[in-house]
Design a protein around this ligand. Sequence first.
Ligand code: SF4
Length: 295
Amino acid sequence: MVEFKTLKDLIMLAKERKCKIGEIVWEYEAEVEGASKEFVWDKMVKHWNVMKRSIENGLKENFELPCKIAKRYAKKFLEGKKSFLDEFMSKVVARALAVSEYNSAMGLVCAAPTAGSSGVIPAVIYSAAEKLNANEKEVILALFTASGIGLIIANKASIAGSEAGCQAEVGAAAAMAAGALVELANGKPEQVDHAVAIALKSIMGLICDPVAGLVISPCIKRNAFGAVLAFLAAEMALSEVESLIPADEVIEAMDSVGRLMHPDLKETARGGIAITPTGEKIREKCSRKEVFKSK
Ligand code: SF4
C-alpha cells in the first residue's frame, strides 16, 4: 500500500523507487479507488481531454460572461501585439484566460483543484507539453504529480477560497502546476518540493474577493497570473534555486494564514475589490436573478 501524507513522503518514495512522483500518485489513486491502474489512467486521460477542450472552447467567440459583467480577453490577448512577453508566455496567459472565461460562462472545465482556479493547470501543462514535445504518457504522469500535490495541500490545509482565500485556490493550482512542470522537464524530486514552496509562498495571503460573489473578477485574471507564477517557480527550481522553507511547512503556513484571514476575505464578497464602489455597482446590476436571466 502506497502511503504519503506530506510532499517529503512522496519525494522519499520516488527516490527510493527511482521513479517519478507521478507514478507513485498513479499507484496510490488506483489503490484508493480500488480500481486497476489502467482504469485510473484512462480517467486522467478523460480529465486531460476536458482540459484541452476547455482551452479550445474558451478561445471561441460564441459566448459571453454572465450578465455581461466583464469583457472577454483571451482571444484578443492571444492575437494582440505584445511589448514584453514572448510568443510562448503569451499563449500561456491566453490559455489560462480562455479556460477561466469559459468556466465563468458555465462551460465544462476540469476543476483542478477548483473551478475558480481551473485555468492554471491546463494552460501550463498544454503549453509546456507543446514546447517540450512531450507525449501523452508524460503529460498524464505530470497531471498525476499535480494531483498528488493538490491532495497534500487539501489534506494539510485547504483548496477552498471560502476556507483559506484565493491562496488556497489559484495558489494551490500554481503550486500543483509548478511541481508538475518540474517533472515534465525531468527535474529531480527535490526540485518539485522547491517549485511548490516557491509558488505557494509567493502567493501567500491572497484573499478571495469575487465581485458580486461571482467567479469572474478577479478570478479570471488571477488564473493567468497563477500560470505565469508556476513557470517562474518551476524554472527557478530547475535552475537549482532552493526554497529556504520546505514545501510542507509552506503549506502549513498557508493554512495558518487562511485561518487568520477575516471571513469578509473568504468568498463572502464582503471585502477586497468586491466592496469597491465599482464592485458594489456591479453587484447591484448583476443580482443572481439577472445573471441567470441573461443565460
Ligand atoms: S477570488 Fe475566490 S472565487 Fe475567485 S478564484 Fe480566487 S478563490 Fe476562487
